[in-house]
Design a binder for this molecule. Structure first.
Ligand code: NAP
Length: 312
């Protein structure tokens, strides 16, 4: 591993799929602190960037990498991260950071022992309304929280069979974004009381779920649906002693009581890479597993119901 404090971070991007193309590549291209040096993907390649079929081959390619950013599906990322950490590279993980809590704890230990940075990203926390929402809630009494995440799997994840396989998280793949925001803006932990999830026959992960939770004295009701056609909803409402805060469009629109709604350009991924650069410069990891813990709680406690088979 090379010294990175005063140089550009030579980065290998892993898993060239939808999110890599939509968000990671533009964010990297706009950030001088990074140099996209190589890619690893089983099939996909980029023009003008050396491409390899997997992380080990990319590292062996002689590019003197400093870091990798993993944009593959969560199942399999543990092995990719281990190879990178063992090679002395800093690692940035797409959400969800791993398929199990033990995997991410093991990665954190391994990164610490090796002296490299591990960053579990939660892109929705970087949405424009989230930080101001957290600030506004400070010191207020929270009475109730309603989370509604309804989207169409066929529209946003066409053909992504992995998402409904075991370890793909199903509707919790988008739902964990809501939980990442809730765990950031609410002062108290979210504790699960009950819930259910609908798993398609022959599938490994749910297409719909509802959770009843509490945070301090507030009730937290979560509705997740992956079969929503028509209007798509990614909303969080927080009732407080001074009115209801509304976060819409995945945290990007903030509506505070008595105020005009606030909206700002999407800077989620530029902010994630800026944070990664800061962490690398400081030699610090940022590993927050709270959203994943809630999903694990749901998979332990919620009633599983079998629904009709699903096909894309
Ligand atoms: P995707 O379009 O399926 O892309 C993932 C890429 O990883 C694939 O194109 C594939 O490229 C590679 N890959 C490696 N191992 C794989 C495997 N076992 N199964 C399938 N693909 C494999 O998925 P994505 O939507 O980019 O999502 C990737 C991660 O980003 C997920 O954790 C997701 O939660 C997160 N994310 C997605 C979005 C979104 O809007 N889609 C938004 C934010 C975060 P090769 O065939 O070349 O190997």
């Amino acid at each position: 591993m090379a010294e990175t404090n005063s140089q550009r971070i030579r980065l290998g991007l892993v898993g060239i799929g939808k999110i890599a193309r939509d968000q990671h590549l533009p964010a990297l291209a706009a950030d001088d602190r990074f140099e996209l040096t190589a890619t690893a993907s089983r099939n996909a390649q980029l023009d003008n960037v050396p491409g390899y079929p997997d992380v080990a081959a990319m590292i062996a390619g002689g590019h003197d990498l400093d870091a990798v950013s993993l944009c593959t599906p969560p199942d399999g990322r543990y092995e990719q991260a281990v190879i990178a950490i063992d090679a002395g590279l800093h690692v940035m993980l797409e959400k969800p950071p791993a398929t199990t809590l033990t995997e991410i704890a093991a990665l954190a230990d391994r990164a610490r022992a090796k002296g490299v940075v591990l960053f579990t990203t939660w892109h929705s926390r970087e949405a424009a309304g989230v930080e101001p929402a957290k600030a506004w809630l400070q010191g207020k009494r929270v009475d109730a929280v309603r989370i509604t995440w309804r989207e169409d799997i066929r529209r946003w994840h066409p053909g992504q069979e992995w998402i409904l396989a075991a370890g793909g998280f199903g509707v919790f793949d988008p739902g964990i974004n809501a939980l990442s925001i809730a765990t950031k803006i609410l002062p108290d932990p979210l504790l699960l009381d009950s819930g259910w999830m609908d798993v398609p026959e022959g599938g490994g992960s749910p297409l719909a779920a509802e959770l009843k939770m509490r945070s301090g004295n507030a009730s937290v009701d979560v509705v997740l649906d992956f079969l929503q056609t028509g209007t798509q909803t990614w909303d969080i409402e927080v009732d407080t002693d001074t009115g209801t805060l509304r976060l819409g469009m995945g945290g990007s629109i903030l509506h505070l009581p008595g105020e005009e709604q606030q909206k700002a350009p999407d800077r989620e991924y530029p902010r994630l890479y800026a944070r990664f650069a800061e962490l690398v410069a400081a030699g610090e990891s940022d590993v927050d597993v709270r959203p994943l813990q809630i999903v694990a709680d749901a998979f332990m406690m919620a009633e599983r119901r079998i629904m009709a088979p699903f096909a894309f």
